[in-house]
Ligand binder design. Sequence first.
Ligand SMILES: *Cc1c(COP(=O)(O)O)cnc(C)c1O
Length: 403
Amino acid sequence: MNQTPNIPFLDLVTPHVELEDELTAVFLKAIRTGGFIGGSMVADFENAFAVFCSTEHSIAVSSGTDALRFALMAAGVEPGDVVVTVPHTFIATTEAISQAGAIPEFVDVDARTYNMDVEKLKEYLEQQCTKDPDGKLISRRSGRPVSAIVPVHIYGQCADMDTILDLAAKHHLFVIEDACQAHGAEYFSRKLNSWRKAGSMGVAAAFSFYPGKNLGACGEGGAVTTNDAGVAARVKTLRDHGQAKKYYHDIEGYNGRLDAIQTGILHVKLAHLAKWNAQRRERSAVYGELLKEASPALVLPYEPSWSRGVFHLYVVQTDDRAGLMAHLAKENIGTGIHYPVPLHLQKAYQSLNYGPGSFPVTEALAERIVSLPMFPQLTEEQQGRVADSVFQFLGRVAVGQGR
Ligand SMILES: *Cc1c(COP(=O)(O)O)cnc(C)c1O
């Protein structure tokens, strides 16, 4: 029997045990006042999260998926529009697009950053679309008007937003950031000559507070951030049954609110987020040192000079992914795959008619990527064990191949 202590992929216990008194105080406040929906706990968290993201507004909603759907609708995406995104992301990105009534179309990701390839975006907009007599961009693929781009700041690293925003402005498209993995990530804008926060660059952005995210609720949650007062007002209406005033419904909306208890919990945890993100960056730097000799058999994360990522995940690539994962599992080390099947090859998207070969970078990544343990409380000793196990595995493979 293997007695080696377990190194989890993710630790959802320690941060909550450490904050137990403050977290239970939130629950006590709610049950003693009956304040479960709306009220000051929600508004106070929204204000604090807007400050954290350097935006004018933040609107708490029931999930990251709803945040993205509401952001798209509030920005002006209409049913039947095309929204351009990447196939290398969690399905919530495209679910939100479809649920807003739009059609997702994809461009491939960059082989080093894993984010939207801006050259491919340019090629899509300028070669795979035409202009109708009014100058509107029409997708040749679907014959539908293109109205928005959704870059996904994957694994906690921002997409190349200067280029995306320039292309969007040139073609009159909205940019909605999927910042669900990127709370606190920063992007250096060469155009503005300053660092910008994830969630503050597009017309609106979506965040998720799913427990495993860098800022997680004790349950489900999400938020939309925006600097546009009109977008903020529309998101507030959408999350609350289309009403601006109780029982006066301007439109048909959704039940998309976030509970007061969850916002209270998030507010407590938000105070620690900058420190936790800094710890994730330190953990990433330590992995970089420990694993550098494993390159090129192991491809480590790449951070361009214009990016300060928050390492929601620490993702490496290797030829024998299944072998590495099995070896780490035997050593009691947790791993994950984010994500094993590109969206364009999912059964759910058969009707979009993309096939294998449509997005070669994404397809190659899906076969090769593995996420190593990454969370703020990960210790250097644990990382040493992960690295030792990785080297053990790579050495064994080399021997097995008769080298
Ligand atoms: C988590 C996530 C979402 C969805 O968030 P939920 O809160 O789970 O609805 C959307 N996009 C990406 C990239 C995510 O990682």
